[in-house]
Design a protein around this ligand. Structure first.
Ligand code: PLP
Length: 395
């Protein structure tokens, strides 16, 4: 990244905050002890880990003992699903959505193939909102776990978690059998206020450090006190027996600091980032017409806009922006690099040509207004130039 780089791909990953780096540094350079050691050099690090746990818990309204550190969001998602499989082995039905991240989608598909699970993939409408009637029809006594993301990584659309939690609670009571509820909140944590206590039946919630200015390779799973939890990684006694493996101390401490910063700055970040996003979005829609937003404009993360530019290829736009040091991502070859069009936009029935021309801009607290102004100046010229040579624009 050069000083001129304009980074608008914060849903892919974020920079590590300087405050986070400072907090981690001693534990990389000198305080390298193992927190499980008997000597003070190692065991004194335990206190910093517990402080980090408190900071993570505070951000989502949980108790510190309900936070388990993992290696990433993917591990948190896999752990939550696998715990349901182990805790309720007789129940063979999973409900999820058609727009989840591959960390959930590919894992449930694996359970389908290897363990005979039946999976319901809830559809979404054209704005990316869940069909709640389908959810009510799908849930049954056989449902082991419902895994619904908090906010979508491609469109920013926020799902109605409170409503879902209420339905799961009612159904669990009606059946007299627990239905587990997990949410992949990787894109929501630190961006919108979250209080797990307000989500009555929520059992597990996934967090990933690198989406909120902590390092890559650190995550956390909220595990509601008293729930029937089964560890996924088995070995030593770390994390209270809930996740084995010597703690990634510096990164745990970094995640704690990032969560503390997010707790302090969330309202300001939200309004600042939202203002920049709205400026970017409205200017581009006006200057690059015909273009449209993918996803519900009202129920969206403040940092994300997914725009389809008619008659042009998103990949061509990405390449041109990249030449100017501007980083974005496309919906035409989804983030996994599979070359397949975005499953999220497909599930929203976005027409193939609009998927082809889609770009995701995801902002963060370190973006500057001058960067947005620069993108607004450069991009319309790129789009017009590409439209000139596009065979589609002549149809
Ligand atoms: N879930 C969502 C919604 C994501 O956006 C991502 C990463 O892009 C993940 C899970 C995976 O997180 P990690 O990269 O920490 O494994």
């Amino acid at each position: 990244m050069t000083p001129e780089t304009i980074y608008l791909d914060n849903n892919a990953t974020t920079c590590i905050s300087l405050e986070v780096i400072s907090e981690m540094m001693p534990y990389i350079k000198t305080l390298y002890g193992n927190p499980s050691s008997m000597h003070t050099f190692g065991s004194s690090i335990r206190e910093k880990i517990e402080e980090a746990r408190e900071r993570v818990a505070y951000l989502i309204g949980a108790e510190p003992e309900e936070i388990v550190f993992t290696s990433c969001g993917t591990e948190s998602d896999n752990t939550a699903l696998m715990s349901a499989v182990d805790a309720y082995p007789h129940k063979k039905h999973i409900i999820t959505t058609s727009v989840e991240h591959p960390a959930v989608l590919n894992f449930v598909s694996h359970l389908q193939k290897t363990k005979g699970f039946r999976v319901t993939y809830l559809p979404v409408d054209g704005k990316g909102n869940l069909d709640m009637d389908e959810f009510l029809n799908a849930i049954s006594e056989e449902t082991s776990i419902v895994s619904v993301m908090y906010a979508n990584n491609e469109t920013g659309v926020i799902f109605p978690l409170k409503e879902i939690a209420g339905i799961i609670r009612e159904k669990s009571m009606e059946y007299g059998r627990k239905i587990l509820f997990h949410t992949d909140a990787v894109q929501a944590v630190g961006k919108i206020p979250i209080n797990v206590k307000e989500l009555s039946s929520l059992d597990m919630l996934s967090i990933s450090g690198h989406k909120l200015h902590a390092p890559k390779g650190i995550g956390a799973l909220y595990v509601r006190k008293g729930m029937r939890f089964h560890p996924y990684i088995i070995g030593g006694h770390q994390e209270n027996g809930m996740r084995a493996g010597t703690e990634n101390t510096a990164s745990i401490i970094g995640l704690g600091k990032a969560c503390e910063l997010a707790s302090e700055r969330l309202p300001d970040d939200d309004s600042y980032i939202g203002r920049l996003r709205d400026k970017l979005e409205s200017s581009l829609l006006e200057r690059c017409s015909p273009a449209r937003i993918n996803g519900d404009k009202e129920r969206r993360l403040a940092n994300t806009t997914n725009i389809s530019f008619d008659y042009v290829s998103g990949e061509a736009i990405l390449v041109k922006l990249n030449e100017h040091g501007i980083c974005v991502s496309t919906g035409s070859a989804c983030a996994s690099g599979s070359g397949e069009p975005s499953h999220v936009l497909k599930a929203m029935s976005v027409p193939p040509e609009a998927i082809h021309g889609s770009i995701r801009f995801s902002l963060g607290r370190y973006n500057k207004e001058a960067e947005i102004d620069k993108v607004v100046k450069i991009l319309p010229a790129i789009v017009n130039e590409l439209r000139e040579i596009s065979p589609l624009s002549k149809c």
